[in-house]
Design a protein around this ligand. Structure first.
Ligand SMILES: Nc1ncnc2c1ncn2[C@@H]1O[C@H](COP(=O)(O)OP(=O)(O)OP(=O)(O)O)[C@@H](O)[C@H]1O
Length: 265
């Protein structure tokens, strides 16, 4: 594995992270430092563990019985698996946006303030809604219909609503798992523009299968691959991590070169 350590402060760090589902080793020995207020893309072929790693960062995998992790995950220098860390509070600090827009069957307003209410956050709810929807580039389109259902919006608007919901609680990090996978090209462009805006305030980690998207939105790129162990089991690992321009134009590893040029995956 080769890596160029980012100069910026570190938001999220893994040290020798191994992830198992039961006895199956899904991800082996991942050590990575993700810089603050930049966009980091996770790329790699299907099944190499990108989503698994992403879900470790807000302990979403804890909800899977067979899940087990070894190694350390530090957020702002704190081990998130320590007993002192409350997973609910952690998920306020580490927001998430999924592949398929998943607004709740509630009004636009109630969707945005959902996490704020759960976390009993102080503050004027109206202001929070306006700020989050503005940051998510949705305010102008919905300001006159805040009481209508989030489900009545288009797919692209629903995804921006989910981004507004994620940022309303002012997280430090926003995890995005293929956030544009179900969107049309125009909505995709809007979400990509939004990601560029959001990195002024947040650290963003995005899983994407779209190479052009990785080059358009990310500062750093981590390329993961999967390989067979001695016992014939397939596990994922980090091949190369560097500035996006280096990963795409002058990667150090042959496998990276092959993947970014579309020769496998
Ligand atoms: N809940 C689970 N239980 C058991 N195995 C799982 C579970 N989730 C993922 N896996 C396995 O872990 C490995 C990594 O899966 P993961 O979804 O993290 O990969 P990925 O790189 O995000 O794939 P994709 O690009 O297709 O979304 C795969 O072999 C997958 O089958």
């Amino acid at each position: 594995m080769t890596s160029a350590h980012p100069v910026a402060e570190t938001a999220v760090e893994t040290r020798n992270l191994n992830v198992y589902y039961g006895s199956f080793l899904a991800v082996q020995e991942v050590s990575i430092k993700i810089p603050k207020q930049q966009v980091t893309a996770f790329i790699g072929p299907s099944g190499c563990g990108k989503s698994t790693i992403l879900r470790c960062f807000n302990r979403l995998n804890d909800l899977i019985d067979s899940f087990r992790a070894e190694g350390e995950i530090l957020i702002d220098g704190q081990n998130i698996n320590s007993t002192q860390v409350d997973p609910v509070e952690l998920r306020r600090r580490i927001g998430m946006v999924f592949q398929k827009p998943n607004p709740f069957p509630k009004s636009i307003y109630d969707n945005v303030v959902y996490g704020v209410r759960v976390n009993r956050h102080k503050g004027d709810l109206d202001e929070i809604v306006e700020r989050a929807l503005t940051q998510a580039a949705l305010w102008d389109e919905v300001k006159d219909k805040l009481k209508t259902s989030g489900l009545a919006l288009s797919g692209g608007q629903q995804q921006r609503l989910c981004i507004a919901r994620a940022i309303a609680v002012q997280p430090e990090v926003v995890l995005m798992d293929e956030p544009c996978a179900s969107l049309d090209p125009i909505s995709t462009l809007k979400v990509e523009e939004l990601i560029n805006e959001l990195k002024q305030s947040y650290t963003i980690i995005i899983v994407t299968h779209n190479m052009q998207q990785a080059t358009r939105v990310s500062d750093m790129t981590a390329f993961f691959n999967a390989t067979l162990s001695d016992k014939g089991k397939r596990y994922g690992y980090l091949v190369e991590y560097d500035q996006t321009k280096n990963i795409f134009h002058s990667p150090q590893q042959e496998a990276t070169q092959q993947y970014v040029s579309g020769r496998f995956g």
